[in-house]
Design a protein around this ligand. Structure first.
Ligand code: NAD
Length: 278
């Protein structure tokens, strides 16, 4: 069984080695080993929270309540997570000139934390909020320092800030928070994640489609491939005759007919083995 998996990794290695323009496309599965569960299915977020927290109408109609839920269930837990061996292996592949770009559906910012470059965050990021009027970007130091009574000036980075919060501070933040506003135009701030009913950022969409249409190898990692328009990325690459490698613990939309090589394995294990072959 393990021998077969190693064979597949060897096969994937040969494809990557002979490719010139390699694109990586990731989904929730790559971050499972960082302790972030998938949203759907057993143990997922949607067992605790209704998906309407990501609905743009809900945000506009219940802004303060939405902010508190997003902080509690998304920003705090995802923001304190650390990249795992899979994210780090991708950074290594980039250093070896074997990954031109990463398109991620994840909002957790872990590819950035792993030191990767040229990342398209298709569904936005938890790392910022932006003004719905003038689009100015703000980090969570600004929001927590200005819209709660807690001051966090002595902590340098956002992840350390979120990791350092104790339960009392989290409860206080959720109790005290006021709707965050832009200091330039007083517009309301919204987490920079793409809500249901919102458009994908134009530059991210164009950049992603450019790489999808011009790559000669696509590595799909930990995505079920059911969320659109993100799911168009593999289809575009396939139409461009790119060779497709898939890493997933389960069969997905792509595994049977679509992928040239399907590695049924945890992302961290498969990618660590793969990068070690270079
Ligand atoms: P999905 O939940 O639909 O599918 C996850 C896939 O990952 C499944 O096919 C599963 O078999 C696979 N998987 C699980 N553990 C794995 C592992 N250790 N190694 C490799 N594969 C593994 O996720 P999706 O396709 O990304 O779509 C869900 C949407 O929800 C996306 O838009 C995504 O942005 C969002 N989401 C984001 C996060 C995050 O930012 N970390 C987490 C959950 C959901």
């Amino acid at each position: 069984m393990d021998y077969t998996k190693n064979d597949k990794i060897e096969e994937a290695f040969k494809i990557i080695k002979s490719s010139q323009k390699i694109l990586i496309f990731t989904g929730a599965g790559i971050s499972v080993e960082s302790g972030i569960p998938v949203f759907r299915g057993k143990g997922g977020l949607y067992e605790t929270v209704d998906p309407h927290i990501f609905d743009i109408e809900y945000f506009y109609n219940n802004t303060l309540e939405n902010w508190k839920m997003i902080l509690k269930y998304i920003i705090f837990p995802l923001g304190s997570a650390k990249p795992n061996a899979a994210h780090l292996a991708i950074t290594e592949l980039q250093k070896k000139d074997k990954c031109d770009a990463i398109i991620t559906q994840n909002i957790d910012g872990l590819h950035h934390k792993a030191g990767s470059k040229n990342i398209f965050e298709f569904h936005g990021t938890i790392n910022y909020a932006n003004c719905i009027r003038c689009n100015e970007k703000y980090d969570y130091h600004y929001i927590l320092n200005n819209f709660t009574s807690i001051k966090f000036d002595n902590i340098s980075d956002y992840s350390s800030l979120l990791s350092s919060l104790n339960k009392g501070e989290v409860d206080r933040i959720l109790e005290e928070l006021k709707v965050p506003e832009c200091k330039k135009c007083n517009g309301i701030l919204k987490p920079s994640i793409v809500y249901f009913g919102e458009q994908i950022d134009k530059q991210v969409l164009e950049g992603s489609f450019y790489y999808a249409q011009s790559c000669d190898c696509l590595i799909i990692i930990g995505t079920s491939g059911v969320v659109y328009p993100a799911a168009l990325i593999p289809q575009m690459a396939k139409s461009n005759k790119a060779r497709i490698i898939e890493i997933n613990t389960e069969e997905s939309e792509y595994s049977k007919s679509f992928a040239d090589v399907f590695i049924k394995e945890k992302a961290s294990i498969a990618l660590s083995k793969l990068v070690n072959l270079f």
